[in-house]
Write a protein that binds this ligand. Sequence first.
Ligand code: HAM
Length: 427
Amino acid sequence: MTIKIKRPRGTRDFTPEDMHRRNFVRKQIEPVFKRYNYQEILFPTIEDVHLFEIKSGGEIKEHMYVFEDKGKRKICLRPEATASVCRMFVDKLNDMKKPLKLYYFCPMFRYERPQKGRYREFWHMGIELIGSSSYESDAEVIEIAYKSLKNIGLNFDLEIGHLGILRGLMSELGMDDKIQNRVISYMDKNDMKRLRDIIKNKIILNLIKLKGGKEILGKAEKLLENYKNAFNSLMELKEILNYLDIEGIDYKINFGVGRGLEYYTGMVFEIRIDALGSESQICGGGRYDNLIELLGGQPTPATGFAFGFDRIMNALEIQGIDIPDRYIDLIIAPVNKEVKKNAIEIASKLRERFIVDMDIMDRKLGKILEYGNEINAKFALIIGSDDLSRNRVTLRNMRSGEQKKILITELIDKIDRELNLNKELHK
Ligand code: HAM
């Protein structure tokens, strides 16, 4: 008896074609991170569940995969990276020079109801900048998110808010942390009804409705003129925005940006692509100055963001942004059994430099060329007895059908040249 086993709900298989596309996009974004001197890190897929109970917030906790291991420890699959990065920082990176600039690309797990753009296993590609509280560091992380997405050709909306303003105001109005977190969580869900139920204060309601260009800063200043902490945070936001203006970054200010995680203390931002529908948010981030201390470290400011990599992939498709097909350089076609030994030697030499496939099924030349077409080979190298006796082989351009004889001693140089000449053909 055989049983057909299904993938767990909300997970996906990635075919070679999918992986080609995903790797292509990853490789467009990663150099941007690297050019700002961010270095890659990795941390475990499983963590002690308490790591996310400290400050990540109710919503994430509800969606965690939690289990007890054989040693009766409560373990979870990581739902996000920031808490892991902070744990790792406290464990082993504390002594490194600050600011510390880190990035990661790895899967996260949330037990949510799956739909297009919302998965139970999905990838975060994110950065964390640890050890600086300057406005430049906040501006830098926004700039990196913006430039990475522009680099892959996406159109998107960037909205920037500041929870230091709102938290400052709420503290000055005597609202405790618990209520503040609820307010921010309702804001994140755009739940105006619940917001109005718990906020009676007009200033807060008016503030979180403010959205627009820099012209709204004046209005915010008026609202906050009697609230020193909130006002100071507003001035900080202004500095961040001035920096972004120098960089020519297009943004909207939105004092209602809430975020679904509780550790944010300052600037927050989100990037959306409305055409993605209900799962339109492709990036979220902000400043979290208390998390490292809460996890047992020295008080250390930090800021960062994570892309929802899978949503970026969906967005590229929706916006019709082309990802070049995968090509291989050569398919080697030995025309009979006698030339096989030579073909193996030639393939092995060429593989030091090129992406090379070779017939390993004893197919006839016509079939090998068909296969070569299917796997997107740019050239075929036909190896026949006649040619070999004159120390040469035949190079066939798979696109044009044009064939050239080349001396075996000149193979690498000649193939290199042909590949270069035909670069444009395979874009
Ligand atoms: P987050 O907003 O919860 O932030 O997640 C970041 C991004 O992951 C979201 O904007 C969204 O694009 C994507 N995402 C979230 N849930 C799913 C899902 N179920 N399926 C597909 N994509 C999803 C964080 O996790 C913070 N750690 C970001 C951060 C880093 N803040 C500071 N540093």
